[in-house]
Design a binder for this molecule. Structure first.
Ligand code: NDP
Ligand code: PMR
Length: 398
């Protein structure tokens, strides 16, 4: 209940060349430094942000006329026009990549970040410990494993009157050691249900808001991964992603009438995660084909590098968690720090040079971005269309 109240307030067969050797084991989820240790939560920040925002939009509305450039505000002091702050929603901004991206964007002073998180207190503490100042973010409750929660989040966001300029679908769960599947509120296998279906509904419901944005560049970003791409070494580590003929997805992924795996096979948590990433990358391309021309929205996906220290591996065995970061740093050289990965995703959010739509971004060893090749399956147009249609049915849009 308190959470709901809070919601209202505020890869070619190639080896990646990322070689950043920043070796700080700072991820709080891994190493037991509970974010809950020392911080007093201040809910007033959310209220204050909303009030300040309302004042700001008041100013925008009052000053935007036919002669004004869009998305600008005129200073009451010197009359100069400046671009208003962009509004970006980041799902799963309470840790790892999402938090690092929120921090990087907040530091520019040009963005207001809506941290869409399932754990309000964790998000508040994470924002504080990242040193984000209160005027730069608002936390809103979102549990992607519940379609009701997705709908409530969207309603609350629309009611806030805040424009939406960029949506980042970042949150994910990975259950590599689960023997049995777990399920979302609606009974979908958890990894695909959260990482793909929850984000699918969220993006569909917010598309109109993005379309309405007067910001110079509006974007919808869905985080992908190398491990979903079987044209890479990493994507060939078993179990490999494979969506097959989609029979499990067509059957509802519930393990009752059908398999809980997209391809109809036996449950495998690691495969389910990789399958969900293929869905993420296919969904981004389908959005691009259906809506880019009409809306001007930039649709993009990315592989931020191997951020081996994040909470994503929280359910893996301790030995994996111990050896994975040095393995990625010194053997594959695919490791990136959370900070570096956050800067990469922040570029996809805000860099004027990254406006091309339908692209899957990656970075080379000098941290320069390039358009990467997706695997055959992750660029299969027919599969993308079928996943889109089946997903629409599952989330109640068709
Ligand atoms: P983290 O576990 O640190 O972050 C995942 C975030 O998702 C957390 O904030 C988590 O919330 C949130 N989340 C999980 N389930 C839900 C839910 N039901 N509703 C709302 N939020 C939820 O992992 P990463 O930062 O590594 O992962 C972020 C993205 O990066 C993912 O899309 C992942 O696939 C991708 N990625 C990661 C790579 C890596 O090497 N780490 C490599 C390639 C891609 P909470 O804090 O409450 O647990
Ligand atoms: Mg991988 C260039 C080689 C490379 C890269 C960039 C990754 C990234 N991995 C590589 C190679 C290998 N991995 C090799 C040779 C092995 C066998 C020893 C290997 C193993 C491995 C495991 C067991 N790797 C893993 C796991 C996981 O559990 C991680 C995973 O699949 O999560 C879904 C993972 C990853 N390797 C990566 C990346 C980025 C991940 C995790 C994150 C993700 O895709 O989201």
């Amino acid at each position: 209940m308190a959470l709901q109240t809070a919601a209202l307030v505020p890869a070619t067969f190639s080896v990646p060349k990322e070689g950043k050797f920043s070796a700080s084991f700072k991820d709080s989820t891994f190493f037991g430094v509970s974010l809950s240790d020392s911080v007093n939560v201040d809910f007033s920040s959310a209220f204050r942000c909303k009030r300040e925002f309302n004042q700001m939009t008041g100013a925008v509305r009052a000053q935007t006329t036919a002669t004004e450039a869009p998305a600008t505000i005129r200073s009451a002091v010197d009359g100069k026009k400046t671009l208003r702050k962009g509004s970006v929603i980041i799902t799963g901004a309470s840790s790892g990549l999402g938090l690092a991206t929120a921090k990087a964007l907040a530091e520019t002073g040009k963005w207001h970040i809506i941290m869409a998180c399932r754990d309000f207190l964790k998000a508040e503490r994470a924002a504080k410990s990242a040193g984000m100042s209160k005027e730069n973010y608002t936390i809103m409750h979102l549990d992607l494993a519940s379609l009701d929660s997705v709908r409530q989040f969207v309603d609350s966001y629309k009611r806030s009157g805040r424009p939406l300029d960029v949506l980042v679908c970042n949150a994910a769960v990975y259950q590599p050691t689960a023997k049995d599947p777990s399920f979302t509120a609606e009974g979908f296998e958890l990894s695909v249900g959260t990482n793909h279906l929850g984000h699918f509904l969220l993006s569909r419901l917010l598309l109109e808001d993005l379309k309405q944005s007067d910001y110079p560049s509006k974007r919808l970003i869905i985080v992908g991964s190398i491990t979903g791409n079987t044209n890479t070494l990493a994507g060939n580590v078993p179990p490999k992603a494979n969506l097959g003929d989609l029979r499990g997805l067509a059957g509802g992924l519930n393990g009752l009438n059908s398999s809980n795996m997209i391809d109809g096979g036996e449950f495998d948590g690691a495969k389910a995660y990789k399958d969900s990433k293929v869905c993420n990358m296919l969904t981004m391309q389908e959005f691009h084909r259906r809506f880019h021309e009409e809306t001007g929205i930039t649709f993009a996906s990315l592989y931020p590098g191997c951020i081996a220290t994040t909470g994503l591996f929280r359910e893996h065995i301790p030995l994996f968690r111990l050896l994975f970061p040095p393995f990625q740093k010194y053997i594959t050289k695919g490791f990136v720090s959370e900070e570096e990965a956050g800067k990469r995703l922040a570029q996809v959010v805000s860099e004027p040079s990254l406006t091309k739509s339908g692209v899957y971004w990656s970075w080379n060893k000098d941290s320069a971005s390039f358009e990467n090749q997706l695997s055959q399956e992750a660029s299969d147009e027919e599969k993308a269309r079928k996943i889109w249609e089946l997903s629409e049915k599952l989330v109640g849009l068709a």
